[in-house]
Design a protein around this ligand. Structure first.
Ligand code: ADP
Ligand code: MG
Ligand code: ZN
Length: 622
């Protein structure tokens, strides 16, 4: 126990003691008159005693004082030799009872118990405060993790793949921190703040750690949410403390992860205004203005919501360098796969570039997850190496959520799902140029009952109107099939309809693909309506009349697409039946099997091989 704490303890004890005395006195406020035993006996005889309690050592009671005309409490030491006391009391009809001596332990407990209890509680409370966070008593300290010296970040740029441009830009900052003079010599200005932004899981936090590992300067990392506290002023003082720490350790790097937690637009949200977060944000702005890169302090922040940040944060002199951390492309995915598959034992047959091809849209975190899943699947099958098929299974798992093989589906349900999925597949197969169908399956995964897996052959950044229409047709293919085959509708198509409607509405309101509406973006910033500033300032972007036209246009697209889908299905109804039949048998069909059922397999490998073999045979014969 430190001296300081001891003093505190002592003063607490004194306070409690005084309180105790006070309470004691209150209890004894009624005066008790001590009388000699002889006087007590007289009182008994005179009949003025009202009540008596006899204890081992003393007798307490009340008598009526005639001269003062009031009841008086009294006590007297008991004389044990007086055996007749009880008889006398009975003769005078005085109410009496005996009270057992409680013994010293109980007396002590009753008197000091509450004090001890309070003391104990106080002790536990301070104890807990001390253990929760090193210095929880000092609320205002920033909780930045510091990486330097022995505690250095182990992550380097080698651990981050697929974002070379980002690394290039960050390298400049690392170089500056290593040798600030080199940059200042030419009068170049180094940005004060760098904002990394991009979708979740693209490796922003990882990049910041890698910068720390590479730079070799002290690095303070803190998450934006740690500034958001219940008590007003705490966040602001934490910000101040973070920058103080930075200045003391310059040259160094400060990193604020998830900046949007503190940096949201001021006045945003219901009941916005002067709240804790705004104070914190103001403090952050003040601190950013208050330091100079000459001091050698650089601030990096990350966010996946740059749109909700307060514009003041992005102004020159603050976070004025913005670096996009993009979703990796096919090459990037392959590189990330290489990084992560180093940690597992790979079968030499595994083709990472093929896996990269099959995982469009995956971000770094997904790929890390994928490799891990594949390794787990291989381990479950007692393999020594992770094989391609494990990756295939893992991809589906990551794409469609964990398999729910245990779910029981009735035969009729299975039939409906088989036709529904066959419908999707058929439409996808018979629209020229649509994404190839990789697999169709009845095994439920995630929220979908069955699924048709379409994979684009390459990454696409631009999609044409025609492609969007085709997507809608494929989506509606399931429902149209149900209508044609079973002449009724089920709820199974709900998700398809939702997606189809979403695409159609984007075509009309965002992509300018409707002739009636024209090239006019009517996109609402929907995310911000929830708690965003638009809650207060939301304006109508278009008139009632336009809204009506939009609805009509969306409906027109959907109607057209479902008409097309219906046509494809009824034109190929035989193929639909055989596809659904085969699907019910095997539950899963891959691309080759689909082609075989549809009689499109002439160009496939297997057939080619057969043909080759035949040719060889022929040539050998001749
Ligand atoms: P963010 O902060 O952008 O949401 P993280 O940096 O937390 O994403 O990434 C989560 C995990 O995903 C990382 O720990 C890493 O394993 C993996 N990861 C993400 N991007 C990459 C990448 N470019 N290279 C290698 N691994 C990555
Ligand atoms: Mg992160
Ligand atoms: Zn469907």
């Amino acid at each position: 126990m430190k001296k300081n704490e001891f003093k505190q303890l002592l003063s607490w004890m004194i306070i409690i003691f005084l309180l105790f005395l006070f309470v004691r006195n209150m209890r004894n406020f009624q005066e008790v008159k001590e009388v000699p035993y002889s006087e007590f006996k007289q009182l008994v005889k005179s009949g003025t005693i009202q009540e008596v309690k006899i204890r081992n050592d003393i007798i307490q009671g009340k008598f009526f004082d005639v001269s003062a005309n009031k009841t008086v409490n009294f006590k007297t030491n008991r004389v044990l030799e007086d055996m007749k006391l009880v008889e006398e009391l009975e003769a005078k009809n005085i109410k009496f009872s005996s009270e057992l001596d409680k013994g010293w332990f109980w007396t002590l407990l009753l008197n000091f118990g509450p004090v001890i209890l309070i003391f104990l509680l106080w002790y536990l409370w301070t104890k807990q405060l001390q253990s929760g966070g090193k210095q929880a008593m000092m609320f205002g300290k920033s909780r930045a993790k510091m990486y330097s010296g022995k505690n250095k970040s182990e992550t380097t740029f080698k651990d981050v793949a697929g974002c070379d441009e980002v690394k290039e830009e960050l390298k400049e900052i690392i170089d500056f921190l290593k040798d600030p003079k080199k940059f200042q010599r030419l009068g170049g200005k180094i940005p004060k703040g760098v904002l990394l932004y991009g979708p979740p899981g693209t490796g922003k936090t990882l990049l910041a750690k890698a910068v720390a590992g590479e730079a070799g300067v002290p690095f303070f990392s803190v998450s934006g949410s740690e500034f958001v506290e219940m008590f007003v002023g705490v966040g602001a003082s934490r910000v101040r403390d973070l920058f103080d720490q930075g200045r003391r350790n310059a040259p160094c790097l400060l990193f604020i992860d998830e900046l949007d937690a503190v940096g949201r637009h001021r006045f945003a949200g219901i009941g916005g205004g002067h709240d804790e977060r705004e104070q914190t944000l103001n403090q952050l702005l003040v601190e950013m203005d208050g330091f100079d890169t000459k001091e050698g302090v650089i601030l990096i922040a990350s966010t996946n919501r740059p749109d909700v940040l307060d514009p003041a944060l992005l102004r020159p002199g603050r976070f004025d360098r913005h670096i996009v951390v993009p979703v990796p492309d096919i090459k990037g995915r392959e590189d990330i796969l290489k990084v992560h598959s180093k940690k597992v034992k790979l079968d030499p047959e595994v083709n990472l570039s093929l896996i990269a091809q099959r995982t469009p849209g995956f971000v770094g975190a997904d790929i890390a997850n994928l490799v891990n899943e594949a390794a787990l699947l291989a381990a479950r099958k007692n393999k020594d190496f992770v094989q391609m098929e494990d990756f295939d299974e893992a991809i589906e798992k990551v794409v469609a959520g964990p398999a729910r093989k245990s779910r029981v589906i009735s035969d009729r349900e299975k039939k409906i799902i088989a036709y529904h999925e066959s419908g999707h597949t058929l439409v996808a197969k018979y629209i020229p140029g649509s994404d190839p169908v990789h697999k169709v399956s009845l095994i439920p995964r995630g929220p979908a009952l069955g699924y048709t897996l379409q994979m684009p052959q390459e990454d696409k950044y631009i999609t044409s109107k025609n492609e969007l229409l085709q997507k809608i047709m494929v989506l509606l293919g399931g429902r149209e099939t149900e209508k044609i085959v079973f002449n009724e509708l089920t709820t199974g198509a709900q998700n398809d309809l939702m997606k189809a409607t979403e695409i159609a509405s984007k075509m009309v309101t965002e992509f300018g693909m409707s002739e009636k509406i024209g090239p006019w973006s009517l996109r609402k910033r929907e995310e911000e309506i929830f708690l965003g500033r638009d809650y207060l300032t939301k304006e109508k972007l278009y008139s009632e009349n336009t809204a009506k036209i939009i609805d009509e246009e969306i409906k027109k697209i959907i109607d057209f697409a479902s008409e097309q889908a219906r046509k494809i299905i009824s034109d190929n109804i035989d193929k639909l039946h055989s596809l659904a039949k085969r699907l019910m048998e095997k539950e899963v069909l891959d691309a080759l099997e689909i082609d075989k059922v549809l009689g499109l397999a002439t160009e496939t490998k297997e057939v080619k091989e057969q043909q080759n073999n035949e040719q060889q045979n022929k040539s050998e014969k001749s």
